[in-house]
Design a binder for this molecule. Structure first.
Ligand code: FAD
Ligand code: NAP
Length: 538
């Protein structure tokens, strides 16, 4: 057997590390392990790399953080050579970027696709993890990294008769790898979060009719996407370090976010000018226009009023405009960043169906039933979101010391030190688990930070000739309490969102995200610098 064949062999007896998932995190983790000379296998249930950017290939999918920032920074040559074509890259371009990284660092030989990990069981005797897949692989590993994603488990809506629909039905998060031709079709979009809002402008260009079923309106701000000016790109590349360094100091880890301006300390006309400037600049930095938008309901409402006014200015029909206006806290759910969303409702082929008071009753063979009316459709796009943060973890049978079941913990009292490590689960790592900043940030840099932290942790362990490391219970509890305390004092708990698990029946209602990139980084770094005292090391 050649060494290449051996590397691809479906059955491996023991490796240093197993990585599950081939998104931004899995790819970088694999790169780091290989660089350290570790034997490593990566399993991915999809048939290619990209994670989010492999699965979410729906029309209009693109990032909501500018590409120059929503990209790796671990290798300056990579940063310098890759040319983004748009300010916000589209899904195909991001997928090509991740594929380029895999080729450039020669990672493909260690990856196995179309392989779902089904169980990850700690062997108390050997101190190793036993990983099993749906392809019959059974592998033992010293370390296991769950790079399984925090928005990777799509959920179907809880609507009767879903399977009875006689037309085509696709979930945005499981979009088929093909171009669907919407020309002349009657399309229904269920869901108006980021995915639904990104779909609409694209699909409505060719569809005969689009009905948007909206239960809760979202705050949408324009991305002001455009081709990336080569001079701007060159400037940013020359100043990359400075730009990245600045981003690390802001709450969400993006460079537009550093301000000490207070909305409530400014005359209304001046405040309006700042909001207008942010709107024209475009993007998620809108909620960073003023420092107090996340601290005070009154300040927050000034931004809400501005967006509602914009909706009424853009949308011709005042009744539709009013229905599109959210009345909860802006930023309480991730801001939707998309061009032409509100404008799409001025198209004659687009109709808003408000299902806030009268919910979708059922799906019938011919379409969507609301009250007495059946909306006849050829295709239904389910933009209904994800079982976020813990969803991918609970789909795997993960058992730690003495058979402790991770799923039970995630479904009753979800917590993880730094959102990365679980007590009773030695040498098991993730990122963006409960207690990480995750969706409150620009996630690629946060993924790099977490993976670097893990690698330092493993190096520490091995330098001292130790075998296992896991958080102490009290340290994990203290982290969870800190996350909880921040949540209770914040505006996030005032609306319903996937951040709180509200979108999944039976999920405990708990705000699972750490607020603030700089403090997160500081606290994680301190845990290492103080000699891993918060961990049991054996
Ligand atoms: P993912 O990319 O989710 O990859 C996880 C991988 O693990 C998947 O490929 C999955 O198939 C695999 N996997 C899971 N379970 C198993 C298993 N049991 N066995 C084998 N494989 C498994 N964040 C931002 O900061 N900015 C953005 O602009 C942005 N846009 C987004 C757009 C969409 C449509 C979505 C859904 C999310 C977006 N996010 C964005 C969040 C995004 O998920 C992260 O930015 C990032 O891509 C996550 O990378 P990851 O590697 O951690 O996880
Ligand atoms: P989401 O924000 O959770 O939105 C799901 C939508 O489906 C909501 O509008 C929800 O309404 C609706 N819905 C669910 N069940 C329904 C039902 N039975 N009837 C009517 N409506 C129903 O999911 P998402 O849009 O996929 O976005 C998830 C996250 O992924 C985003 O917040 C973001 O972090 C990321 N993302 C980013 C981008 C980007 O711009 N780069 C694009 C897509 C996704 P309710 O609110 O009433 O529950």
């Amino acid at each position: 057997m050649s060494s290449a064949d051996e590397a691809l062999s479906p059955v491996v007896s023991h490796v240093d590390a197993i990585v599950v998932g081939a998104g931004f995190m899995g790819v970088y983790t694999l790169y780091r392990f290989l660089k350290q000379g570790k034997s490593v296998r990566l399993f991915e249930k999809g048939s290619g790399v990209g994670g989010t950017w492999f699965w979410n290939s729906y029309p209009g999918a693109r990032c909501d953080v500018e590409s120059m920032e929503y990209s790796y920074q671990f290798d300056d040559a990579l940063q310098q050579e890759w040319e983004w074509t748009e300010r916000y890259a589209s899904q195909p371009e991001i997928r090509r970027y991740i594929e380029h990284v895999v080729d450039r660092f020669d990672l493909a030989g260690n990856m196995q696709f179309d392989t779902a990990v089904t169980s990850v069981i700690f062997d108390d005797e050997t101190g190793h993890w036993i990983i099993e897949t749906d392809n019959g692989d059974r592998v033992s590993a010293t370390y296991c990294v769950l790079a399984t994603g925090c928005l990777s488990q799509p959920i179907m809506p809880n609507i009767e008769g879903l399977e009875s629909f006689s037309g085509r039905m696709e979930h945005t998060g499981l979009w088929p790898d093909e171009d669907i031709d919407f020309t002349g079709l009657r399309v229904g979009i269920i869901g108006t979060g980021s995915s639904g809002a990104q779909c609409l402008p694209e699909i409505s260009k060719t569809a005969a009719q689009v009905k948007v079923f909206q239960r809760t309106p979202a705050y949408c701000v324009p991305s002001q996407n455009r081709p990336l000016d080569p001079d701007v790109q060159a400037y940013m590349k020359q100043n990359y370090k400075k730009i990245r360094d600045k981003a690390w100091t802001t709450r969400a880890g993006i460079r537009y976010g550093l301000t000490d301006r207070m909305a409530l300390e400014m005359p209304p006309e001046e405040r309006e000018r700042y909001f207008e400037a942010s709107w024209q600049r475009g993007g998620i930095g809108f909620t960073a226009t003023f420092f107090d938008l996340f601290d005070s309901l009154e300040a927050n409402e000034t931004a809400c009023v501005f967006v509602r006014k914009k909706i009424h200015e853009i949308v011709d029909d005042p009744v539709t405009a009013e229905k599109l206006c959210p009345h909860d806290v802006i930023g309480c759910r991730r801001l939707v960043v998309v061009n032409d969303y509100y404008e799409s409702f001025n198209r004659p082929n687009v109709e808003l169906i408000d299902v806030s008071e009268k919910p979708i009753e059922r799906i019938a063979p011919g379409g969507v039933v609301v009250g007495d009316e059946t909306h006849e459709l050829d295709i239904i796009v389910l933009a209904t979101g994800f079982d976020a943060i813990t969803g991918a973890l609970t789909r795997i049978d993960i058992r730690g010391r003495n058979g402790v079941v991770l799923k039970e913990r995630m479904l009753s009292d979800p917590k993880a030190l730094m959102g990365m490590m679980f007590s009773d689960f030695p040498n098991l790592f993730t990122a963006n688990g409960p207690g990480a900043v995750a969706a409150l940030s620009n996630m690629v840099p946060m993924i790099e930070f977490s993976v670097d932290w893990m690698m330092d942790c493993i190096a520490y362990l091995e330098r001292d000739g130790k075998k296992t490391i896991e958080p102490k219970h009290d340290a994990e509890d203290a982290w969870a309490k800190h996350v909880d305390d921040m949540a209770t004092a914040s505006l996030y708990v005032s609306c319903s969102s996937y951040y709180l698990g509200d979108n999944v029946p039976g999920k405990p209602r708990k705000f699972l995200l750490f607020q603030g990139v700089p403090e997160y980084v500081e606290m994680c770094t301190a845990l290492a610098n103080e000699g891993y005292k918060a961990f049991n090391v054996e």
